[in-house]
Ligand binder design. Structure first.
Ligand code: FE
Ligand code: FE
Ligand code: ZN
Length: 294
């Protein structure tokens, strides 16, 4: 089981240390605050130490995921400066990933705002074809979205359309998010049917990462509010079935579940998943553990 969570970033070494403290064997990070684009230069020495620590602990760099800031919107060309900035910033993010040896970057496709869906998807394609060239060493993963507002990439057809039109197809892949799938109307109790459809339309080899989250909202709610594993509408057993699905065995599962009273729940959620045993005391366990650490 390749499992980890979103971790904080203050240089790659901190992220590795944090992941290890959660009992994880992978992780996902933002290269700075997810809601802005202020970024520090990368310290080569820190990256070296991070790689050393990963090696010592059997963390495979090929399973590490970077997430682009979610304020980038490649779908909206109305404010041309923002769209161009998104492209330039994504190129820099890819450079940073390459400098750190990270192989995957997840992006949210974007929101159409005042564009038609078709125009918005074409804007995304145009932007990604600007970003990805023959020398790109990172694979860009398009995340499946919940359908909130005017979001793009909310079903397999839209994702397929984007991928079909990318020039360098070996540099593009997909990240599914279980909360987003649920909220977009996918019944995760029939997850294998979804994977069959995915395989038929896109090809299962394009699936490179799973965001494993429960959801606060009902199926089809188009909301996107994550819940702790087993504490939402998807439920523990369904999420366990997804985490242990044979077809997903070799790809990283990343938790993006909410903090509990300002404490990260991941150490205890990862344990739940490894043990396949629901923890009805998750909240108390997390709070007690971090109070004792103080
Ligand atoms: Fe995301
Ligand atoms: Fe996600
Ligand atoms: Zn989400």
């Amino acid at each position: 089981m390749i499992i980890g969570s979103h971790v904080s970033y203050n240089g790659l070494l901190v992220s590795v240390e944090t992941a290890l403290s959660y009992g994880a064997n992978t992780f996902m990070f933002y290269t700075g605050a997810p809601q802005n684009t202020v970024r520090k230069p990368i310290d080569e020495q820190v990256v070296k130490s991070a790689h050393k620590l990963m090696k010592e602990n059997n963390i495979d760099i090929n399973n590490i995921i970077c997430h682009a800031p979610y304020i980038i919107n490649l779908a909206n060309k109305d404010k041309i400066d923002s769209w161009l900035f998104g492209i330039a910033f994504l190129k820099e993010e890819i450079n940073r990933c390459e400098n750190m040896g990270v192989k995957y970057i997840v992006i949210h496709p974007g929101s159409a705002v005042n564009h038609t869906k078709e125009d918005a998807l074409n804007n995304i394609i145009e932007a990604l074809n600007e970003v990805i060239d023959n020398d790109t060493k990172v694979t860009v993963l398009i995340e499946t979205m919940a359908g909130k507002g005017t979001e793009c990439g909310i079903n397999l057809e839209e994702i397929k359309y984007i991928i079909e039109n990318i020039i360098y197809k070996n540099k593009i892949g997909v990240c599914i998010d279980t909360c987003h799938l649920n909220d977009s109307g996918i019944d995760l109790d029939n997850f294998d049917t979804y994977l069959d459809d995915f395989d038929k339309l896109i090809g299962i080899d394009k699936l490179k990462c799973v965001h494993l989250n429960d959801s606060l909202n009902a199926i089809g709610a188009r909301k996107d509010r994550h819940a702790n594993i087993g504490y939402g509408t998807i439920g523990f057993d369904t999420l366990i079935n997804i985490a242990y699905n044979k077809r997903l065995e070799k790809i990283p599962k990343i938790l993006e579940t909410p903090y509990i009273e300002d404490y990260p729940p991941y150490k205890f959620e990862i344990r739940q998943i490894k043990d396949k045993k629901f923890n009805p005391n998750l909240k108390n366990d997390v709070i007690l553990y971090y109070l004792e650490q103080k």
